[in-house]
Design a protein around this ligand. Structure first.
Ligand code: FES
Length: 119
């Protein structure tokens, strides 16, 4: 099969894009106040010239709704919580471009910790 030569991305960013239906008491990551975070992130990645090596992906619920908006960065399995545009800008500058995750925006250990064993 003929396939174009597409290089592997350096980072994937899985951003929760789940919004609760009206009337649902459960919190969710997307509301009127936060609905343009994903587009903001895409714009910033383009401005910085790293769209491609960095792939932002819209996902549904990542199971940490109380701390939304959230996203997971791979590799590293790093979850960032309570996102704002300013936090996303800093994550792009320091984590993606600088290679140094922004610890103060990461999910606290008691809500994440180590991966669960499979058995
Ligand atoms: S709605 Fe985003 S983590 Fe559940």
């Amino acid at each position: 099969m003929e396939m174009p030569n597409i290089p592997q991305p350096t980072y994937y960013i899985f951003k929760c894009e789940q919004s609760s239906p009206p009337g649902m008491p459960k919190p969710s990551c997307v509301s009127d106040a936060t609905k343009d975070l994903f587009n903001h992130m895409g714009q910033r990645l383009m401005e910085k010239g790293v769209m491609g090596p960095v792939q932002p992906i819209r996902t549904s619920c990542l199971g940490r709704c109380q701390m939304g908006p959230v996203m997971i960065m791979e590799p590293g399995h790093i979850m960032y919580v309570q996102l704002t545009k300013e936090k996303i800008d800093r994550i792009i500058d320091e984590h993606i471009l600088g290679g140094k995750p922004v610890e103060e925006y990461m999910i606290p250990d008691q809500f994440w910790g180590e991966p669960q064993a499979l058995s």
